[in-house]
Ligand binder design. Structure first.
Ligand code: 5GP
Length: 141
């Protein structure tokens, strides 16, 4: 399988469609998932093109994980979570639906289950408020 540059996250990276951005550096962007499995569900996306973990370069992966850690700490603080689920899917059989590498970072509260993957769309104002909380937590870190 080859990388399709027309995928939705490639369009977000090019600024062709909007997102609720929480973080960006030279190699990575993080933004709110539009169909969150819990409030604060954030996606961390390397700018380098790869379908997923399987075809990513070691260099891209080495840059990605420290950002995942920063975002995980920030969403935990921003949503006063008890824990954080970090997940990443590869190819349709592995549960992947968007074919540009990304890592899910989901704040978790004791006893509260996740909503379905790729379930309902969240309201833009809720996503905007969540992004603001995460940006504030990043700034305070
Ligand atoms: P995957 O199944 O590929 O690991 O996850 C893709 C994720 O992207 C899903 O959780 C889905 O809700 C999210 N998603 C799909 N389309 C969009 C979009 O246009 N914008 C954002 N921010 N998230 C999206």
């Amino acid at each position: 399988m080859t990388y399709d540059p027309g995928n939705i996250f490639a369009k977000i990276l090019k600024g062709e469609i909007p997102c609720h951005k929480v973080y960006e550096d030279a190699d990575t962007i993080a933004f709110m998932d539009v169909m969150p499995q819990a409030p604060g569900h954030t996606l961390v996306v390397p700018k380098a093109a790869s379908r997923n973990l399987l075809d990513a370069s070691p260099d891209a992966l080495a840059k990605l994980l420290p950002v995942v850690q920063r975002i995980a700490r920030a969403v935990k603080a921003a949503f006063q979570a008890d824990g954080v689920t970090v997940s990443q899917f590869n190819e349709p059989a592995g549960g992947q639906t968007v074919f540009h590498l990304h890592v899910h970072v989901i704040p978790r509260h004791d006893g509260v289950g996740l909503k379905p993957h790729s379930g309902g769309m969240e309201k833009p104002e809720v996503l905007a408020a969540g992004a603001e909380r995460i940006r504030a937590a990043l700034a305070a870190a």
